[in-house]
Ligand binder design. Structure first.
Ligand code: NAD
Length: 496
């Protein structure tokens, strides 16, 4: 895709004094350049100024008028769905079937956020009419996106922020700049007033300049724990700034003795290997009751051997490539990390499709002989198709291992006993706990977010309106003045 520039104040603007040039290769065909762009930190200033200038008018426009722009955008997204899917396929390496799902989710997000989502920020009126709270936009927000859902996740911040009257500066992952350029072409076509939505492309330093900018009121971030931590530290002297941090995961599927093993094995394939294991909600740990563990492990391994991988655009495959060389090398290095024998490879992960020129991998499944919550392989988010399988003797041990991670985004419990599931949820420290369903995938109609290193209690999805607004409380009375009643209260001394 040809680079058009940053989108600032309603115009595509070239970077004049570049600090670097970023070249993005297609991870399915690494000799093919998808996008190449110069970047600099300086445009951040212009983009924030444009967003600030546009803020009062956009805010005062009111919800209905703002909604009409968003609805126009939904129609454009629907018309350009195939182009958007192709861009996601090229830069994020998602198989087309999956990229089409992501492109389709953009419209679904608009529909849910502009209806049920707005209930979260509806005026709160006192029953006697003496006051109300009105949800006001925070102001200028920046959206920092990850590569794995290059449009769906930024869109999940952008739509509620705009509906609630904020203006925006968006910085996508440098690995998926082409998708976001196309997204902004759609925004431009929808005719948003100049400065309401701005795009600045670039790597980490651009994100750092944006998130620490004095006139940015909030940071809506989706990415890794380490980057989230850097943002938190860098903004420590800006306590007014809202940080909504959606970070990593090391997610666990818990399998009880009464689970349907066939169902679990299939759900685990989805949970662990969809998006080549690069979902924040991917299952990378399975804890199974010892009575069914070996049967489940056998089935899971047999199914995992059948997982297909290949060129995201040209083949009907389940898994595309991993995102880039760094992730490819790290995954391969992790295949040597047995933590001194605490992990045994049951299905050896490694290079795949060496007939193609891309970052293709085959899934890895490990059996843990010893649970070590601090082991490098057992504790770190690998963000690839890599799963560790644990056996546990009873419910207490299942829960102990499941909670034995620094992350707390998603868990699943597989059981035929709903009461037991409900009871166990009290002990599971996780933002999402599913029953008999994969950890991967979530409902836009529910809040979405994690605890511990996975988030900071600002859940996205349906409740996103809450983190891009603040409640303004108003006590109100008429202008009639009843002196007698006023002077009979605490001001009675005034009549003496
Ligand atoms: P990342 O942390 O490397 O990058 C995320 C964004 O932050 C990018 O736009 C990047 O350029 C920017 N950035 C980098 N350094 C920065 C800095 N110092 N200041 C400000 N911004 C900076 O993440 P990634 O590799 O793109 O995405 C994968 C990670 O995202 C995984 O850890 C995954 O679990 C997580 N993730 C979380 C969720 C969730 O909802 N919890 C969803 C998807 C992905």
């Amino acid at each position: 895709m040809e680079y058009k520039g940053n989108f600032i104040g309603g115009q595509w603007q070239e970077v004049t004094q570049a600090e670097g040039v970023f070249t993005r290769e297609n991870p399915s065909r690494i000799d093919e350049t998808v996008f190449e762009f110069p970047w600099a930190v300086a445009p951040v200033e212009d983009a924030v100024s444009a967003a600030r200038k546009a803020l009062p008018t956009w805010d005062k426009l009111g919800f209905d008028a703002r909604l009409s722009y968003i609805q126009k955008l939904a129609k454009i997204f629907a018309d350009r769905k195939e182009d958007l899917a192709m861009a996601i396929c090229h830069d994020a390496g998602k198989p087309l079937w999956e990229a089409r799902g992501e492109a389709g989710a953009l419209v679904a997000k608009i529909n849910i956020m502009s209806t049920t989502g707005m209930e979260f920020t509806r005026d709160l009126t006192l029953p006697d009419g003496s006051g109300k709270a009105v949800y006001r936009p925070l102001g200028v927000l920046c959206v920092l996106g990850p590569f794995n859902f290059p449009l769906h996740l930024p869109n999940g911040h952008i739509i509620p922020a705009l509906l609630n009257g904020n203006t925006l500066v968006v910085k996508p992952s440098e690995l998926s700049g082409a998708s976001m350029q196309l997204y902004f072409e759609c925004l431009q076509e929808a005719g948003f007033p100049d400065g309401v939505v701005n795009l600045v492309q670039g790597p980490g330093p651009v994100g750092a300049a944006l998130s620490t900018h004095e006139r940015v009121d909030g940071v809506l971030f989706t990415g890794s724990y380490n980057t989230g931590l850097r943002i938190k530290k860098a903004t420590i002297e800006q306590p007014w700034k809202l940080l909504a941090l959606e970070m990593g995961g090391k997610n666990t599927s818990i399998v009880l003795e009464d689970a349907n093993i066939d169902q679990v094995a299939h759900e685990l394939i989805l949970a662990s290997f969809l998006t080549t294991g690069q979902r924040c909600t991917a299952t990378s740990r399975v804890v199974a009751h010892k009575s069914i563990a070996s049967r489940l492990l056998d089935q899971f391994v047999e199914l995992a051997k059948k997982v297909t991988t290949g060129d995201a655009e040209h083949e009907e495959v389940f898994m595309g490539p991993i995102i880039n060389k760094g992730s490819y090398d790290r995954f391969l290095a992790m295949q040597q990390e047995t933590e001194s024998g605490k992990l045994q490879a049951v299905l050896q992960g490694g290079k795949a499709r060496e007939d193609l020129n891309g970052y293709f991998l085959s899934p890895a499944i490990w059996k843990a002989t010893e649970f070590d919550p601090h082991g490098a392989h057992q504790s770190e988010e690998i963000f690839g198709p890599d799963v560790i399988f644990y056996e546990a003797a009873d419910e207490q041990e299942l829960i102990h291992i499941a909670n034995g991670t620094d992350y707390g985004l998603a868990m699943s419990v597989f059981t035929s006993d709903e009461e037991r599931f409900e009871r166990m949820t009290y002990d599971l420290h996780s933002g999402i706990v599913n029953m008999n369903r994969t950890t991967a995938g979530a409902s836009s109609a529910l809040p979405f977010g994690g605890v511990k290193r996975s988030g900071n209690h600002r859940p996205a999805a349906i409740s996103a309106g809450l983190y891009c607004t603040y409640p303004q409380s108003r006590l109100m009375q008429g202008s009639d003045f009843d002196e007698e009643s006023v002077l009979s209260g605490p001001l009675s001394y005034l009549s003496k």
